[in-house]
Design a binder for this molecule. Structure first.
Ligand code: F0G
Length: 459
């Protein structure tokens, strides 16, 4: 903590929402009812909800005012034009296809670009992104730098793509079998780790040498931009807006979950520069989402998203956000608790392997740790380990190197005092770590199992 001064909130509170305070007995009952899966807890069970930063944001007065200006025309809504304008101005893409959320855009992108037997390289997988690639016949290849798989490694841009791994894949399968590279900014499952501008540029140049497109997963692009400003030489005096614009100049398009750096509760889009791809996307969006001028969103939702995109590129907003996450991470580190370093953009990730070295990975240590943090404190977190990684096409568990629990900070929702409570909860789980048993499945769904699986403790 030393002399680092965390930024105070660059906003004040206009409306409050009471939250549940529970007893240990209530929580014991609740976690059993939820099958030891924090996704299956209800809001009434949860004190501080760090399950996700997705759609859990607090909108501004300006965004709420925008809701009242919803133009709910079936076609040609004014709010769509505002959204399109925001994406063109801030990200620089020509075409925008609104979708209900990020995975709606992933579905469209995967369908219009992937052929059976293609390969899609990416800087670590994300659950829904990879699943859409696989559902369309592609094989995902992780080309992130090795450092990303090491929780203690303090590389400042742990989200970077390893250009040698990318080149090796191109040499192995041929550029014609790689429809695009999926580059996520930041990398969620690596710990919210950023990609450097230098790396984005190098990936783009390498890809274009072979006629391969680069598609960003733009979900947390503003957080990535702020890390570039803080860490990459030459960017310290650039605005977030300038950095975001330059980042996207190294992409041919992007999928976006507006529920994160769009600071809204629902919404997303696919953005493209290529007219032919855009035509294909509009032909499909009407099947899965809605008219190309609303996709999966109402007019008011599009207005809130358009306004959120502008708010997100304000330096004070995003620097404070990163500071909140850093505050939680620094306090846990000071307590000797093992977390992924450096602290990422949207969350602090606990290293479950170090909490429970006695629990083998196929007895789901991170799943159990999330349950224990909840039991100790009423704080809800999320497993990001073997349960999230799921099974490979042959039906075997995928064993990811990282076995983590994510404490995810919603945007503009909690205060530093709430984060102190979280520290106490995690500390209690750390102090009581020794005799905690593993878990076994009681119910395992076929895909994206982490959402609805149920478990019980092993004897
Ligand atoms: N890409 C990344 C990197 C994500 O983190 C998410 C969602 C998506 C795509 C899909 O977007 O949810 O709007 O359909 N992540 C959430 C999370 C669910 O909790 O990390 P979506």
């Amino acid at each position: 903590m030393e002399s680092y001064k965390y930024m105070a909130e660059p906003y004040k509170i206009k409306m409050v929402e009471p939250i549940a305070v529970t007893t240990r007995e209530q929580r014991e009952e609740a976690i059993k009812r939820a099958g030891y899966n924090t996704f299956l807890l209800t809001t009434e069970d949860v004190y501080i909800d760090l399950l996700t930063d997705s759609g859990t944001n607090a909108m501004s007065d300006n965004q709420w005012a925008g809701l009242m200006l919803g133009d709910e025309a079936y076609a040609g809504s004014k709010n769509f034009r505002h959204l399109e304008q925001a994406v063109r101005e801030l990200y620089g893409f020509k075409y925008v296809v609104p979708t209900h959320q990020g995975r709606g855009a992933e579905n469209l992108l995967s369908q219009i670009m992937i052929k059976q037997g293609d390969y899609v390289p990416g800087n670590m997988y994300f659950t829904t992104t990879r699943l859409h690639q696989e559902l369309n016949g592609a094989i995902f290849r992780d080309v992130i730098i090795d450092e990303a798989h090491e929780p203690e490694n303090e590389h400042p841009f742990k989200g970077n793509i390893d250009l040698n791994k990318l080149q090796a894949l191109i040499d192995e399968v041929g550029p014609e079998r790689i429809p695009y590279i999926c580059l996520a900014v930041t990398v969620n499952l690596a710990g919210g780790q950023p990609v450097s501008m230098e790396n984005m540029k190098a990936v783009y140049e390498l890809a274009h040498k072979y006629g391969i497109k680069v598609m960003f997963d733009a979900t947390r692009c503003v957080e990535n931009a702020c890390f570039i400003k803080h860490r990459e030489p030459g960017y310290e005096n650039k605005s977030i807006r300038e950095i975001v614009k330059e980042m996207f100049s190294y992409a041919d398009g992007c999928t976006m979950s507006g529920k994160k750096d769009g600071i809204v509760n629902i919404g997303g889009f696919l953005a493209l520069n290529d007219e032919e791809l855009y035509q294909k996307a509009t032909a499909l969006v009407v099947v899965y989402e809605g008219m190309p001028s609303y996709g999966g969103m109402s007019g008011r939702d599009m207005e809130a998203l358009a306004r959120g995109l502008y708010e997100a590129v304000d330096y004070n907003y995003v620097a404070h956000r990163l500071d909140q996450v850093k505050y939680l991470g620094d306090k846990l580190i000071a307590e000797g608790i093992p977390v992924v370093k450096p602290i990422g953009g949207h969350a602090v990730f606990l290293d479950a392997r170090q909490f429970y070295p006695h629990i083998p990975q196929d007895q789901f240590p991170a799943q159990m740790l999330a349950a224990q943090v909840y039991l100790e404190s009423g704080v809800r977190s999320m497993e990001r380990g073997i349960v999230s990684a799921g099974r490979d096409p042959e039906g075997n568990h995928r064993f990811p190197k990282l076995e983590l629990v994510r404490l995810t900070i919603p945007r503009r929702v909690y205060t530093y005092a709430h984060l102190d409570v979280v520290v106490d909860g995690v500390k209690a789980a750390w102090n009581n770590r020794h005799n905690v048993p593993g878990l076994r499945f009681v119910y395992e769904p076929p895909v994206l199992r982490f959402f609805t699986a149920r478990f019980e403790p092993l004897k």
